[in-house]
Design a protein around this ligand. Structure first.
Ligand code: PLP
Length: 452
């Protein structure tokens, strides 16, 4: 009997809420970009968990900093005490933000961070005498979290549908899937066209009722590392300014350095009003997230009685000590530089694979937030038939061959299989070689099995 089966062969309680076709092994230990299971089998963590473990597993300096903090205090309630790690991390983080974003509100994860952004935006509207503003426009598809508020702005029907009676469904615009378009427009023109969909939606909804627009500057799993044309980003800001609407960047997956800049939006010098961060902030060492807001928004809220929102674990000293040392490691090892260099190398390798496997229709992303999409025809970009379940099979084959990747069957409003390759930012050139060798064999096996 395996250690994680009960005497009756049932899965134990901790597994009961998850449905998995493959019985997952127990993780035994992890180091760098590798994880070993209970049987001693070593696999490459090619998705950094869920794009979380940005600085790699078992970083000695982070573990030591956590141990030092554990010996001092692991909890001090925020209504009774400030704590030094939270203070230091807030100061350091605001140094990585666009100008003016210097109000940091800690939480324990991505959904909490998004929830906090939505609630701050609403309280800003109330504090500035705009009570009619409450709608938050977002993109379809998108993923902003699992709590009811974050789900209300999420563009992912299957996740949202069961809860529709319990939440206020928010308006969506199409994600900027310019790579799928077959028209005579340039990419820049397409970028403007997609951004203008926001203005159309604002006018359709009534500009006075719209509070904010939330987007992932570089898409995560829902779109497969979708990058909009350059023209999209400044036009979105322009439209938000024109209608007095707040711009929220959900950087839960794209932030904390994964794309080679600290924020995904930094590639275009974006100026969001509020940013949501998590995943790479605690980098898997502790649950940690943050909302970082422009002081211009926070001041009226504080003047009108304060931010009516909070979590018991917010600003936990142990989590913040971990986050602070994660930031130290990003700087000490120049991991932004490495994500840029290694990301460019890995992307070039993926493009090389796309030349050899014609069912790869697109390779995209920035830094180490990279994805490849499967198609049945590159000219039309038609997806593979759903029945092939290619996105599942590619993950299973890669795993059997020793590589963890992440996949989904969603793209701009229609179905399509993509997989993400997002190893930790410490990945070396030689390790890119290991990843690509496994991917190559995986794609060859997939092509054979599915007659692609
Ligand atoms: N926002 C984005 C862009 C995400 O990718 C995720 C998680 O994948 C979330 C929010 C929710 O984060 P969490 O699962 O930590 O609540």
């Amino acid at each position: 009997m395996s250690q994680h089966q009960t005497a009756t062969g049932e899965r134990p309680a901790s597994h009961l809420f998850y449905q998995s076709r493959m019985r997952r092994p127990l993780a035994d230990r992890a180091e760098g970009i590798y994880i070993w299971d209970e049987h001693g089998r070593k696999v490459i963590d090619g998705s950094s968990g869920a794009m979380v473990v940005n600085i790699g597993h078992s970083n000695r300096n982070v573990l030591d900093a956590m141990k030092r903090q554990m010996d001092k205090a692991t909890f001090a309630y925020r209504l009774h005490f400030e704590n030094q790690p939270a203070e230091d991390l807030a100061r350091r983080l605001s140094g990585y933000m666009p100008e003016g974003l210097d109000r940091v509100f800690f939480v324990s994860g991505g959904s909490e961070a998004v929830e906090s952004c939505l609630k701050l935006a609403r309280q800003w509207a109330l504090a500035t005498d705009q009570p009619e503003r409450w709608k938050v426009i977002s993109r379809f598809p998108s993923y902003h979290g699992s709590t009811l508020g974050a789900l209300a702005v999420t563009g992912y029907d299957a996740l949202k549908k069961p809860f529709l009676p319990m939440l206020r469904d928010m308006p969506h615009i199409k994600a900027p899937t310019a790579y799928l378009d077959r028209d005579n427009l340039s990419m820049e023109e397409r970028g403007i066209r997609y951004a203008d969909m926001l203005e159309e939606k604002i006018l359709e909804e009534g500009a006075e009722s719209v509070l904010a627009f939330i987007m992932e500057p570089i898409g995560g799993a829902s779109t497969g590392a979708l990058v909009a044309p350059d023209s999209y980003y400044p036009r979105i800001r322009e439209i938000c300014d024109k209608h007095g609407i707040l711009l929220i960047h959900d950087e839960v997956m794209s932030g904390a350095g994964r794309t080679g800049r600290y924020l995904g939006g930094d590639h275009w010098n974006c100026r969001p009003d509020i940013v949501a961060l998590s995943k790479g902030l605690g980098a898997g060492y502790c649950p940690l997230g943050a909302m970082i807001a422009h002081s211009r928004l926070v001041k009226p809220v504080l003047d009108r009685g304060g931010f009516a929102h909070g979590y018991t674990y917010a600003g936990n000293p142990l989590a913040c000590a971990a986050g602070l040392t994660v930031l130290d490691e990003i700087e000490r090892q120049d991991l932004l530089g490495n994500a840029t260099r290694i990301g460019a190398l890995l992307k070039a390798e993926l493009e090389g694979l796309a030349e050899r496997y014609p069912f790869i229709g697109d390779v995209r992303g920035k830094g180490l937030l990279l994805a490849a999409e499967f198609v049945s025809d590159r000219n039309t970009m038609a997806p593979l038939p759903k029945a092939l379940e290619a996105h599942q099979r590619v993950v299973d084959i890669a795993y059997e061959r020793g590589l963890i990747i992440y996949s989904r069957r969603t793209r701009g409003g229609v179905e399509g299989d993509h997989f993400l390759v997002c190893p930790p930012m410490i990945t070396t050139e030689a390790q890119v070689g290991e990843i690509v060798t496994i991917l190559d064999a995986t794609l060859a096996q997939l092509a054979g099995e599915l007659s692609l």
